[in-house]
Design a protein around this ligand. Sequence first.
Ligand code: PEP
Length: 253
Amino acid sequence: MRTKMVAANWKMNKFLVEGLQLASDILVSLEKNPPKHPVVICPPFIHLADLQRLFKETSYIHLGAQNCYYADSGAFTGEISVPMLASLGVRYVIAGHSERRQIFCETDEIVSRKVKAILLHGLRPIFCCGEPLAVREKNQHFSFVEQQISASLLPLSAEEISSVTIAYEPIWAIGTGVNATPQQAQEMHAFIRSLIEKRFGNTIAQNMTLLYGGSVNPANATSLFNQTDVDGGLVGGASLKADDFVKIIRALA
Ligand code: PEP
């Protein structure tokens, strides 16, 4: 069965006290009426231990990380490995976010290694893909996303791909206040699902969770999430306000 989900990407925001307050506010608000779909919160690394303690009794909230390195340990100054994340109760790890690809020069090869490492240690990648504005303007967005998926996901085994969540995040929509229209999101999600189907078959494709990310907010969440192939969202800016984030969670039917 396809799992619907809303995931928060706090990015590099919130000091320790603020992050704990935000997480507590989300928890208190959700506890009044627990959501029927899982919620994933991906804070900066410094919050993971506190949030693990806060959420340990809450079955519907899972901890995620925004990044990882692909080696298990060693001389990799500044990096955090997947086993380290696992030891903190992290269940999901974002891989291939456009900010990591662009600002930190992560290639398809690096993203693929991260995806493999996440799977090897029994965690779940949230694999991000999506085109820049110039590519969409040239009407090459389908081939661009196909290339990202072909490089990192199509080489996986059927068992591995079944643990992957894909987030389609058009770069022109991230943090801009300009979301993809529900129709644009739907057509790309249907295309991504068709790529998965061609390689892994219908059952795996139908069971795959496909999130939309890019300026999701309480006003547009329902129309985006109502699309047949949109199974929830990866939310940046709007996940930093408990009220907005909870409204987005509630928009997922
Ligand atoms: C993101 O960066 O993953 C994201 C979706 O950001 P925002 O919601 O702020 O566009």
